[in-house]
Design a protein. Structure first.
Length: 285
């Protein structure tokens, strides 16, 4: 039986970051009838999520916490009887290293972490939640229809030059993702123009446009050992808008491991502006 079916009607926690991802997870969980408790992060989660959670015949229990309040997050979920939770939406990576006032639970968690990269930090949070009886589930549990499909999903296929850039880019992007540096690189003429670090996908696309002009290819990959509970690659209409501004012509994403938040609307918009989108299969290199 599918996980979503097993969890149906069980109390569920939604730990919400920024972007549209939490809204979609909220809608998906509601469709399955879950009693939801939402924990939203101040200065990250959109205030509109609180209104969305309050809407409908079965409003979700909603709470705001600061980024360092891990103990408060756990207490909220435990008091709601939550033993399963989904983490949806990102936290700006730069905020993981500045402006946090950790509570005692977060301080203990940080003392366990040997490196302060994103994977290590969020994995440590998942371990602490588990220690308190709350298991994180696959963050795409309710959003399988929005996972990227394999193959060329737009009308225009990549040109021979673009395909060469993609093949070159996959090797570089996989290596960088494996080091947990970033998930996106931008390539032109088999040269790496820009590498994502903490600034995010849209910013690295814009930087590549300034450096190399039009004709770049954007390669966004999942990590080699991608933990689907958190930090899943995400693209949407803002990604396409950033590409148009930079003159990028191709976007490659990993099939079945990347969320396409705007679904078919993204592909239709890409067709309208002549951008190629490719879903790289797991066996591709």
């Amino acid at each position: 039986m599918a996980l979503a079916a097993v969890m149906n009607h069980m109390p569920l926690g939604l730990i919400a970051g920024n972007g549209r991802f939490p809204f979609l997870a909220l809608e998906g969980a509601r469709r399955l009838g879950h009693a939801l408790t939402v924990v939203a992060i101040l200065d990250e989660t959109s205030p509109a999520l609180e209104a969305a959670a309050a809407a409908g015949p079965r409003p979700a229990d909603f709470h705001w916490v600061s980024l360092g309040q891990l103990g408060r997050c756990i207490k909220i979920l435990q008091e709601a009887g939550v033993t399963r939770a989904v983490m949806a939406g990102q936290v700006k990576h730069t905020k993981l290293f500045s402006g946090i006032i950790p509570d005692l639970t977060a301080l203990k968690m940080l003392s366990r972490v040997k490196t302060k990269n994103t994977d290590a930090l969020i994995s440590a949070v998942a371990d602490v939640l588990s220690d308190h009886g709350i298991e994180l589930e696959n963050s795409t549990t309710f959003l399988h229809p929005l996972l990227a499909r394999p193959g060329v999903v737009t009308r225009r296929p990549a040109t021979e030059r673009e395909q060469g850039d993609l093949e070159f880019g996959y090797q570089m992007a996989d290596a960088i993702a494996g080091l947990d540096v970033g998930q996106t690189i931008v390539v032109k003429d088999r040269a790496v123009v820009a590498v994502e670090a903490m600034e995010g996908t849209d910013a690295v696309i814009a930087r590549a446009g300034r450096l190399a002009g039009p004709g770049t290819c954007v390669v966004k990959v999942a990590k080699p050992e991608q933990d689907m509970r958190f930090d899943v690659p995400v693209v949407g209409l803002p990604t396409l808008s950033a590409m148009q501004d930079a003159g990028a012509t191709v976007l490659s994403i990993d099939a079945e491991r990347t969320l396409v938040l705007d679904g078919d609307k993204l592909y239709a918009e890409a067709d309208a502006c002549g951008v190629t989108i490719v879903g790289r299969g797991r066996g591709s290199s």
